[in-house]
Design a protein around this ligand. Structure first.
Ligand code: 5GP
Ligand code: ZN
Length: 136
């Protein structure tokens, strides 16, 4: 995709701080990090979101995620890290080439994912499970 920023980074038409790559994935530093070391794991083949990700690239993506997580933990002395992905604009996706975020965490880092947890009304957890299982 010629107008895709991550495709252009993969083909080296745009610069990026590349940390690691394998046949299926490229890992770069995010240009606007939540915390220094914030890394993006990007499939080399363009796809819009997780549902479009080719299953053949799952092992390569997972390998890259683990290799880079290990390097982040060791090099930056991390106490923890988050792995997440935004799929769809409503979920916060801003670059529509699928990618996985790995973000360093530290004690007192003041990073909060503000969540208001719900409780299922009586019996509803089974209804949700049944609806989801019906589409597997
Ligand atoms: P999303 O919001 O789609 O989950 O995440 C997109 C991420 O890509 C953002 O965190 C943003 O900072 C990062 N990003 C956008 N453009 C560039 C770029 O040109 N280079 C790099 N390294 N990161 C980018
Ligand atoms: Zn792309």
């Amino acid at each position: 995709m010629t107008d895709c920023v991550f495709c252009n980074i993969i083909t080296r038409k745009l610069p990026a701080e590349i940390l690691y790559e394998n046949d299926d994935a490229l890992c770069i530093l995010d240009i606007n990090p939540i915390h220094y070391g914030h890394t993006l794991v990007i499939p080399k083949r363009h796809c819009r979101d997780f549902l479009e990700l080719a299953p053949e690239s799952f092992p390569g993506m997972m390998e890259a995620m683990q290799v880079v997580s290990n390097a982040l933990v060791r090099s930056l002395d991390l106490e923890g890290y988050n792995i997440f992905t935004n799929n769809g604009a409503i979920a916060g996706q801003s670059v529509f080439h699928f990618h996985i975020h790995i973000t360093p965490r530290y004690k007192n880092d003041d990073i909060r994912f503000v969540l208001q947890l719900k409780q299922y009304p009586d019996g509803e957890i089974s209804n949700y499970a049944e609806r989801i299982r019906s589409q597997l």
